[in-house]
Design a protein around this ligand. Structure first.
Ligand SMILES: [Zn+2]
Length: 478
């Protein structure tokens, strides 16, 4: 048991889903040949003037409201001055005082089912920087395609509410889900569209002083957030146990080695000398705009989860899985229409279908199985026309080919065997072939019954109704 308490603050950056960049008409897209999406504005050439992207402002407002923030009626943009090759102007346009959103919160659910409120300090808008490409040797190149892309920063409150790697990961997962629900970010962490920067300190349990913190830059997966935090907790604990001191530093994360590495000490960091951006007018939000944006918010994951439990009667755990992604929730609702058991649909979406998607690396939006086709499969199974085991096989075929369940059942002769005479014949064969098992059952070993059922199911290629098989077996052995 550790003698330390971990304290974690999180800064997250999300690239916004706009067509164009923050202050110019260049396309906001990922990838492409370096420096093909640039203009005098996003390259910061002398004499160029920024023009505000209204949609970017609206997306940040939407996020702020979804994160239960208060909105600053007036906000200024500021120049954050620093010299680095990825920032051609020598400053980044950001927000300093009066961010668009402040003083909000977000509730996370932990593995033990408990929930926790994480307070949000600010949600603001800024522009992304270019990207350095280390070409090997002493060469470095810069790609400015990302320069000027609208970037939202979300910072948790101090003192921090997060105290473990699990909590840090749960926070990021929930935040990502909300951003995708809101359609403000595609949440593609592997493309750097959502990046997390935890800052972390430890202190003796019971202490009210904060330890020296380190910051891990640009983590782009849930796993790296979890492992990065865990690694830092262990590293700092070991250091303090040895009587050492933690130095305030900025760290990078090496995913392959699973460890942090030193980037720079905090004292080397410069003073940003923020001052108001003179080329942009201040933002002002009218109450009516804020209320209109609030009214237009989509149903968020927590509300959707609760509704699924009451409306469809699914278990809270399944409801959480179904609403962890908006596209999964939409798929589920499209399938769970009248005339079918919504719990059976939930089982298939969170079970068999999820397994197939996972194995093939597909997203639910990419599968050939439509919600209506899944519904038809369940209806077929619930009517007794196919057995449960066969239904799983049929789903695999549907997944592969995009054919409907009735088509597959027809073409492959998979309809359930209703003919008791045919099943009885198979039962007799199995009993004859397994006299020792029959003897065991007669001696009171009921568990061996499952073996015989399995044999009959195999002989009928899973098409015999298991209840009929069990009844016939029991009748004959008695
Ligand atoms: Zn541009």
């Amino acid at each position: 048991m550790s003698n330390y308490e971990t304290v974690i603050g999180m800064e997250c950056h999300a690239e916004l889903l706009t067509e164009s960049k923050m202050f110019c008409g260049c396309a906001n897209e990922f990838g492409g040949a370096p420096n093909t999406r640039t203009c005098p504005v996003c390259l910061g050439l002398p004499g160029s003037l920024p023009v505000m992207n209204k949609l970017a402002v609206e997306l940040v407002l939407r996020t702020a409201l979804a994160l239960n923030c208060q909105v600053s009626r007036d906000c200024l943009f500021a120049r954050k001055n620093y010299f680095y090759p990825d920032i051609p102007k020598g400053y980044q346009i950001s927000q300093y005082d009066d961010p668009i959103g402040h003083s909000g919160y977000l509730d996370i659910t932990l593995e033990d089912g408990s929930s926790k409120r994480v307070h949000i300090r600010r949600v603001h808008l800024e522009e992304d920087t270019g990207k350095l490409i280390h070409a090997g040797g002493n060469e470095s190149e810069v790609d400015y395609n990302r320069s000027g892309v609208p970037l939202m920063e979300i910072v948790t409150e101090f003192p921090p509410d997060l105290h473990s790697a699990e909590e840090a990961r749960a926070y990021l997962e929930k935040l990502r889900t909300i951003l995708v629900y809101l359609n403000v970010s595609d949440g593609k962490m592997e493309e750097g569209h959502l990046r997390a920067e935890p800052n972390l300190s430890i202190r003796p349990v019971g202490s009210d002083k904060f330890g020296v913190k380190t910051e891990i830059k640009n983590l782009n997966s849930f796993k790296s957030v979890f492992k990065g935090v865990q690694y830092e907790v262990e590293r700092q604990s070991a250091l303090l146990d040895e009587g050492g001191v933690v130095r305030q530093e900025t760290l990078g994360w090496n995913d392959l080695r699973g460890e942090t590495y030193h980037m720079r000490f905090k004292e080397e960091e410069q003073e940003y000398r923020y001052f108001p951006e003179p080329d942009l007018v201040p933002l002002h939000f009218h109450d009516a705009d804020i209320e209109a944006a609030r009214a237009a918010l989509p149903e968020l994951p927590d509300a959707k989860r609760e509704r699924f439990v009451t409306q469809y009667g699914v278990r809270p755990y399944d409801a959480a899985v179904l609403t962890s992604s908006r596209s999964v929730a939409d798929f589920y609702e499209a399938a769970a229409t009248d005339g079918v058991d919504p719990k059976a649909i939930a089982n298939y979406v969170t079970g068999e279908l999820a397994r197939l998607l996972n194995a093939s690396g597909q997203d639910i939006t990419q599968t050939k199985v439509t919600p209506a086709a899944l519904r038809d499969l369940i209806v077929l199974r619930d009517s007794g026309k196919i057995t449960n085991g066969v239904a799983k096989t049929v789903l695999e075929k549907m997944f592969e080919t995009g054919q409907s369940a009735p088509e597959i059942v027809e073409a492959e002769g998979l309809a359930a065997v209703d003919d008791e005479g045919a099943i009885a014949a198979e039962v007799d064969k199995v009993l004859e072939a397994n006299p020792d098992v029959v003897a065991k059952i007669k001696a009171g070993n009921d568990k061996s019954m499952a073996f015989l059922t399995g044999q009959v199911m195999r002989a009928t290629k899973g098409k015999a109704r298991p209840d009929v098989v069990n009844r016939l077996l029991a009748d004959r052995i008695k």
